[in-house]
Write a protein that binds this ligand. Sequence first.
Ligand SMILES: C[S@@+](CC[C@H](N)C(=O)[O-])C[C@H]1O[C@@H](n2cnc3c(N)ncnc32)[C@H](O)[C@@H]1O
Length: 337
Amino acid sequence: MNSEIIDLQAENLKQSYDELSKHKFATDLLLGLSAQPKHIPSKYFYDDAGSRLFQQIMNLPEYYLTNCEMQVLETHAADIVSKLGSGPVNIVELGAGDGSKTKVILKSFFEKNIPITYYPLDISNDALKQLISAFGKEFEQLKIQGIQSDYEEGVRWISKHNSQKNLILFLGSNIGNMLLKDAKTFLRKLWKSLNHEDEVLIGFDLKKDISLLLPAYNDSQGITRDFNLNLLTHVNDRLGANFNTDNFRHYGTYDAERGAMVSYLISLKSQDVHIANLNKTFSFLPFEPIQVEFSYKFLIEEIEEISQQTGFRIEAEWYDEKGWYVDVLLSVQKNKK
Ligand SMILES: C[S@@+](CC[C@H](N)C(=O)[O-])C[C@H]1O[C@@H](n2cnc3c(N)ncnc32)[C@H](O)[C@@H]1O
């Protein structure tokens, strides 16, 4: 008898990351544009053009988050590193971007002669390539291994590669892009993937006057608008859609009940958009929104509650001098019975 067993997992592994992520992108678009209200997950902002636009956003005067966190790290990097002991550390950075703030932390590890291996993880291939090339030039002695993945896959990777002391970096208030309930679920999964007394450094943007928040997500040069609209161009390029970006408008507002900045792309007229990869047409009403990003803002009490609920102990909290932003060092606690 001629029999054959197909190992689906092995088959899947033969598919490239590109094919798998395209399939996921298409599925997320199908679900998001079929829902009411329509939405698209913010991780799809970051194609090559999106990553470059985000780097411009980080340099905008209105986008205070970058300067605030840079100041925290420049002031406290030595303190952060001193909390990790003197043994070798694996540093995994979730959503590393251009890593400009991470350099400050790495320099402190070098000054203390602590052996490190750095694993920047990002969904954007372009961002990763640029980071690896820049870090390779600046830190010749650094062991670096990029991981192209989304956070979920990244956490699965961590759970299989956690044999020595880990420091997870989650900077830039990336955590604020998740719905609050998803952020909690994610932190719990991260906790599970780590060992007792591994550490996680998370940047949180704090709640503040709304007049400071609005310009940060609606800058005067229109870079944030271009960044948001580029999401539709990304869908066109990757999934063969025919979005006309002139027919949509960026709108960023503060949702006081959620405590989050929320970004929308608003359809300016009645229109149909076809997505070839899905072989499906989606209809938009005049002024119908597509929700594309949440940026939650936090009170320190909320951060403490989320941390404790998900199994972490707060080791330290470091603020910028205006008190607009905080980096929190969390220690994984697992009761050994
Ligand atoms: C707001 S930027 C912050 C970059 C950096 N952490 C910083 O603080 O400057 C978000 C970064 O996370 C990446 N990213 C966004 N969503 C992601 C996801 N679900 N999985 C992996 N990377 C993601 C983006 O490509 C981008 O480089």
